[in-house]
Design a binder for this molecule. Structure first.
Ligand SMILES: [Zn+2]
Length: 122
């Protein structure tokens, strides 16, 4: 499946942005986290450990940073898997505008609307 509409160059730029944002959020959240748990460090390389750290963070940090961070992680995962920016339902490219707001979007707007009409929002 070709990435119509998304060039490799563009993808690299997006990935860079997401990684920068991920780092920023980590810094912010680690700061918050360390106020309570001073000896716990968030490791950059260990995404799995990070995920479980995020689970504990979730309990105390129900805020937009947390949600955004998960989106960024998901988006990075999709870039690595080569499925970023492509709708899972119709296989068409997802619009740039939509990806800017929802970097982890897995459906184009049309399919998302259909999905929301027929099932609960995830
Ligand atoms: Zn679609």
């Amino acid at each position: 499946m070709a990435h119509e509409g998304i060039t490799q160059k563009k993808l690299e730029a997006i990935k860079k942005d997401l990684e920068a944002r991920k780092f920023e959020l980590e810094q912010e959240m680690t700061g918050l986290y360390q106020e309570k748990f001073s000896d716990d460090q968030v490791q950059d390389s260990a995404d799995e450990a990070l995920t479980s750290t995020m689970e504990s963070l979730k309990a105390s940090l129900h805020d937009t940073k947390n949600i955004e961070y998960k989106r960024v992680l998901q988006a990075l995962g999709m870039i690595n898997a080569g499925s970023y920016g492509v709708c899972v339902d119709c296989s068409k490219p997802i619009s740039d505008k939509r990806l800017k707001h929802y970097p982890n979007a897995t459906r184009c707007l049309v399919c998302q609307e259909t999905f929301e009409e027929h099932g609960p929002e995830v």
